[in-house]
Design a protein around this ligand. Structure first.
Ligand SMILES: [Zn+2]
Length: 209
């Protein structure tokens, strides 16, 4: 199923939770937002909509590495001597040239996850740390593998639970978990639009549903 459909279904799940809990307008809007993001989250394992959105732009990162490389070359020229000076030049040049060739969407997703992990560690926010681990692991997974299973859903539910404890936004655990699960249901083979199904019980059983 397409990313836009997942986004809409996830948002609807968030709205459903809001109506069920009779939340105020601001909380309702937040729950719709959480549902939309959670509805896309399982597809972090592809170059899908969400991974494009949360990933730092490739251009920006290449520029960042190039600037760091240039600084290192300048630093080596002015302050280093002996063997370390040419080593500094080489590393600086690599930083300027290599990211252009090697930075791919998956790498960018990994870098985004790592940056979030650092931010989480720095700010001591536990749910953000869990989310960053989720993103880093997803960047290594094949499409429709573990993120599209009961295990993936349970991991995301844990993140949503810690999020609700930390932010105190009523219904965010329920909205996030339901929206995530809605993605997997929408990806199932029972719908004519899907050629492939969901392996709910992987890695234990690989039966597709
Ligand atoms: Zn999917």
């Amino acid at each position: 199923m397409k990313g836009s459909s997942h986004l809409a279904i996830g948002g609807a799940a968030g709205l459903g939770v809001a109506l069920y809990l009779h939340t105020d307008p601001l909380t309702t809007a937040s729950l719709i937002g959480i549902g939309s993001v959670a509805g896309l989250a399982p597809d972090l394992d592809v170059n899908g909509k969400l991974s494009n959105r949360i990933t730092i732009s490739k251009k920006w990162l290449i520029l960042f590495f190039a600037a760091a490389g240039l600084l290192l070359i300048g630093y080596s020229y002015f302050t280093l001597s002996g063997f370390t000076q040419p080593a500094g030049f080489v590393i600086g040049l690599c930083l300027m040239l290599l990211p252009r060739l090697f930075i791919k969407q998956r790498t960018m997703l990994f870098v985004t996850g790592a940056a979030l992990a650092y931010a989480a560690w720095y700010t001591d926010i536990f749910w953000l740390l869990l989310l960053s681990i989720f993103i880093i692991v997803s960047s290594f997974l094949a499409h429709r593998s573990l993120t599209h299973s009961i295990i993936g859903t349970a991991c995301f539910a844990a993140i949503a639970w810690h999020f609700e404890q930390s932010v105190q936004l009523e219904g965010s655990f329920l909205a996030g978990t339901l929206a995530y699960a809605s993605h997997l249901v929408a990806d199932m083979k029972i719908w004519p639009v899907n050629k492939k199904g969901v392996k709910w019980f992987q890695p234990l059983f690989n039966k597709e549903f």
